[in-house]
Design a protein around this ligand. Structure first.
Ligand code: JAH
Length: 241
């Protein structure tokens, strides 16, 4: 029995803390590229739980000629083809929801390197439009006038931005509150170690093909285990170029 109102009772009918959901709109010539990854595992579950939504758009929809042309020869010559600006800008304008706080991102090896510490910031956008290029890339004027940010997920050239867009979506999605299930994994990742470098992991059996699990991990001494892991993590960090 309780006297008086419970100060913790929600006001205005809310029964949960404001739920973070991220909406991605992906512009691509190959929407099918994303189907399996979005169906399974972490991304599939996040979508099912309503914490993530991904809308796939075929850029060719915004090509207006009979052959639905999206590419053309590069001015100044050189190898390959370049994606024409008109369909890309039309697509960017069409999918953008002006009622949402949005960010337009082009995946490219020339972009700013994506880092773990930047990822959380993307949770504050209500709509993230990811533009995936193909061929040699896209007309620079699209980047200059219709893109907010050029992002790279690593210094290598892919066949197109799709694989990079998936990396981006997955890395952001696992930070959405409630997505990991095991909220502890996130805490340990950044807080306990203070670095992204991990310590080595072992599971059963204790001996595998003559290789034993480090004794400290079998000791049950959690203080010592923490110390060992920090040391190993440090060693890995320093040995990496
Ligand atoms: C390749 C357009 N940072 C990885 C990355 C991202 C995008 C591309 N390559 C690498 C790419 C061809 C055309 C984009």
């Amino acid at each position: 029995m309780r006297g008086g109102p419970d100060p913790a009772l929600p006001v205005g009918g809310a029964t949960r803390a404001p739920r973070k959901t991220v909406r991605f709109d992906v512009l691509t010539l190959f929407p099918d590229f994303f189907l399996s990854p979005l169906k399974i595992s972490l991304l599939g579950k996040a979508i099912e739980a309503g914490k993530l939504s991904v809308f796939l758009h075929d850029i060719r929809q915004w090509a207006t000629d009979k052959h639905r042309t999206v590419d053309d020869l590069p001015y100044g010559g050189g190898p390959g083809m370049v994606m024409k600006p008109e369909p890309l800008v039309a697509a960017l304008e069409a999918v953008r929801d002006s009622s949402l706080k949005g960010r337009r991102i082009y995946l490219s090896p020339k972009g700013r390197h994506l880092r773990q510490q930047d990822l959380k910031g993307y949770l504050n956008w209500e709509q993230i439009v990811l533009l995936c290029g193909r061929y040699e890339g896209i007309d620079q004027r699209v980047i200059d006038h219709s893109i907010d940010e050029e992002v790279s997920v690593g210094d290598y050239v892919l066949a197109g931005g799709e694989a990079a867009a998936l990396v981006f979506i997955e890395a952001v999605t696992r930070l959405i509150p409630g997505v990991l299930g095991n909220e502890g994994s996130l805490e340990e990742e950044s807080f306990t170690t203070g670095s992204l470098i991990e310590y080595p992991h072992y599971t059963r059996p204790e001996e595998f093909r003559g290789l034993r699990v480090p004794e400290v991990l079998l000791s049950g001494d959690h203080q010592k285990i923490r110390e060992w892991r920090r040391l190993e993590s440090d060693r890995l960090l320093k040995s990496r170029k």
